[in-house]
Write a new protein. Structure first.
Length: 93
């Protein structure tokens, strides 16, 4: 069994309130859950308007598939309107 875990640091330059931030994050988290079947949660910076950190985890019996799933998560994060990936910390267990 292989587990991939990633911490994604995001900058949300257009967020003028926590409501704006939550809208962007909700959309991204839903897309990750639906397309990648990954577990995802906001893990830091909950009270900051323009900063967010997401934790994402995937599990597979094949190491290659874990890498592919995390690459899909990266593509979704990079393509999110209103959010910029500023840090990506990936771990494979």
């Amino acid at each position: 069994m292989f587990v991939g875990v990633v911490r994604i640091e995001l900058h949300l330059p257009g967020a003028a309130s926590l409501k704006d931030k939550r809208a962007v994050l909700r959309s991204l988290k839903d897309r990750i859950r639906q397309r990648v079947q990954a577990a995802v949660a906001e893990v830091d910076h909950q009270d900051l308007w323009q900063r967010a950190a997401l934790g994402v985890a995937v599990v597979s019996g094949e190491r290659r598939q874990v890498g592919e799933l995390l690459q899909s998560v990266r593509q979704l994060a990079d393509g999110t309107p209103g959010a910029e990936v500023i840090d990506w910390q990936e771990t494979l267990l």
